[in-house]
Ligand binder design. Structure first.
Ligand SMILES: [Zn+2]
Length: 266
C-alpha cells in the first residue's frame, strides 16, 4: 500500500471527475490520502471530502503563506475548530513562499508563528511549504528552518512534520532531518534537471521520506503539462525505489510506515 500525503483534490481542476479520480487512485494501490485544505474557503470542503471517503481520506487544515495578505479576520478560532475534528491529520500547509509576492518575510513569519502553537495544542504534525525566490538572497528554506529551530528550542514546543515538495539543498535537508522533519517527495524527483534533489533524497534515505503528488500540480516527467492526481504515486514511487536501489515493495513499506508515523493510522 502507498500513501498520498499531499493532494489538493478540492481544486477546481477536479470539479468534473473527482469521484472517478479517487476511485482510479484507490484502485491503483493508494491506500490513504492526506488532503490539504490550506485556506479558509477550503476548510469545510476538506472536512466534507473526508466524510465522503471514511477511512480513506484525512485532511490538513491551515493557512498557506500565499494567502498572507488576504486572510479574513477571525482565522484563528475557525482554524482551531477544524483542527479539533476527527478528520484532522495535520496543520498545514504553512510556511514561507518567496517565489510569489505573497507578503514580506515578517508578514509570512507572523502567519507561521500564529499557526505553530496549534501543533502542540492539538497534538498534530505540520505540513511545511517553502519555496525560494528568484534570487539567491530569497532563501525561504534557510528562513523557515531557522524559524523552526528557534521555535522548537523549548521542549514544550516540539513538533513533527514534513518539508513537503522538498526542493532545497542537501544542507536544507540535513537541517530538516535534524529537526525531526521528513521530506515530501513528488513528481519533481523525476524531472531531468533535478540531479541535486535526487542525490539529497538518496542521502536522506527511504526512512526519512514520504510520497506525495501536490496534485493537480507537478505531474511526473512522463506527463509534464498534464493534470496530476494521486494515481501517479506508483510511478513516482517506482522511480524513487530504483534510484535508491530498493524494491518497489521495500519503498512502499518504508514510506507508508513513515506516513503513518507522522499522520497517525487511519
Ligand atoms: Zn500543496
Amino acid at each position: 500500500m502507498l500513501i498520498e500525503t499531499h493532494a489538493h483534490l478540492n481544486d477546481k481542476a477536479f470539479e468534473d471527475d473527482r469521484k472517478e479520480v479517487l476511485e482510479r487512485s484507490f484502485a491503483a494501490g493508494i491506500g490513504k490520502i492526506v488532503e490539504i485544505a490550506c485556506q479558509p474557503s477550503e476548510w469545510q470542503r476538506g472536512e466534507d471530502l473526508c466524510s465522503a471517503w471514511p477511512g480513506k481520506i484525512k485532511c490538513a487544515f491551515g493557512a498557506h503563506p500565499e494567502y498572507t495578505r488576504t486572510l479574513a479576520p477571525g482565522l484563528l478560532e475557525s482554524l482551531r475548530g477544524f483542527l479539533g475534528k476527527p478528520c484532522a491529520a495535520a496543520l498545514g500547509e504553512a510556511g514561507l513562499d518567496y517565489w510569489w509576492d505573497a507578503g514580506t518575510k515578517e508578514e509570512q513569519l507572523a502567519l507561521l508563528n500564529f499557526q505553530l502553537p496549534l501543533c502542540a495544542e492539538f497534538g498534530k504534525p505540520a505540513v511545511f511549504h517553502a519555496r525560494n525566490g528568484k534570487t539567491p538572497d530569497k532563501d525561504a528554506y534557510a528562513d523557515l528552518l531557522e524559524a523552526l529551530k528557534v521555535w522548537s528550542y523549548s521542549p514544550k514546543r516540539r513538533f513533527r512534520g514534513v518539508l513537503h515538495c522538498f526542493s532545497g539543498s542537501w544542507k536544507d535537508a540535513r537541517a530538516g532531518l535534524d529537526l525531526g522533519l521528513c521530506l515530501g517527495v513528488n513528481g519533481t524527483f523525476t524531472y531531468k534537471k533535478n540531479d541535486g534533489l535526487r542525490e539529497s533524497i538518496k542521502k536522506a534515505g527511504a526512512g526519512n521520506i514520504v510520497l506525495e503528488t501536490d496534485c493537480p500540480y507537478l505531474p511526473p516527467q512522463s506527463s509534464r503539462g498534464e493534470r496530476n492526481d494521486p494515481s501517479f504515486i506508483p510511478e513516482i514511487a517506482a522511480l524513487v525505489a530504483s534510484y535508491l536501489g530498493l524494491s518497489n515493495g521495500e519503498l512502499a513499506d518504508r514510506t507508508t510506515a513513515s506516513a503513518f508515523d507522522l499522520f497517525g493510522e487511519f
